[in-house]
Design a protein around this ligand. Structure first.
Ligand code: GDP
Ligand code: FE
Ligand code: FE
Length: 204
């Protein structure tokens, strides 16, 4: 039995782990499904290290990119009909897939744990505040073993020391990356950065 087989035991929803995997696999290309499995493996390691619920982190990881390849038009309809921030619709699936993924986690998979739903919702941009589960997913998505970007080794090193340090690193580097690529920055991304930098400066 692999580590991933042990992860999710089913106490958060009526869905079996096998059924969740089958459903997730249908939503995306094989390479992204492999990413999801690596995010889960990494989330479990972080959950064990930092004392988060392994089951909750496993489930959040398995569902985090559920909507990533969904049709942007359908995502927009969900954003608008569910009263999510309509400004998201101007930034394409990159920003919408977290909140829309959380909507499916709740409505399709019956997840009611707000910490899991928030973790999925916030996994792309982070949150002004994040639960332990939220931080685990946010960082695991960034440092899973398949990631190769410049700076990933530093992110992995920080994740071994402090979830907050690693989260701040991701928040800062993402903004720098977006500016360098001349991509528009969703205002929520800036709010999150401001919160984290203010707390960091406040501490030093
Ligand atoms: P993935 O779903 O596993 O690929 O990982 P993420 O959900 O973290 O990534 C989605 C993408 O959104 C990444 O390429 C980020 O750089 C990008 N992203 C994050 N914040 C913003 C933002 O404010 N604006 C734009 N345009 N892209 C963003
Ligand atoms: Fe994502
Ligand atoms: Fe991801």
């Amino acid at each position: 039995m692999t580590k991933t087989d042990l992860a999710y035991t089913g106490s958060y929803t009526d869905w079996t782990r096998k059924a969740i995997l089958a459903e997730v696999e249908k939503q995306m290309k094989p390479s992204r499904f492999q990413h999801v499995l690596r995010v889960e493996a990494c989330s479990i390691e972080l959950a064990e290290k930092y004392g988060a619920s392994v089951e909750a982190c496993s489930l959040a990881a398995l569902l985090h990119d559920f909507s990533k390849e969904h049709d942007a038009k359908i995502m927009k309809e969900i954003v608008l009909s569910q009263g999510m921030d309509s400004e998201m619709t101007g930034y394409g699936s990159e920003i919408m897939h977290g909140p829309v993924g959380a909507y499916y986690a709740e409505t399709v998979f019956g997840i009611t744990d707000e910490a899991i739903l928030d973790a999925i919702r916030q996994h792309t941009i982070g949150g002004e505040t994040m639960s332990l589960i939220g931080k685990v997913l946010f960082i695991a998505d960034y440092i899973e073993s398949g990631r190769t970007f410049k700076g990933v080794d530093e992110a992995r090193r920080l994740a071994g020391i402090s979830l907050d340090e690693a989260a701040y690193f991701k928040i800062e580097k993402t903004i720098i990356h977006l500016v360098k690529k001349e991509l528009p920055i969703y205002p929520g991304t800036i709010y999150v950065y401001n919160s984290w930098i203010q707390r960091k400066v406040g501490k030093s």
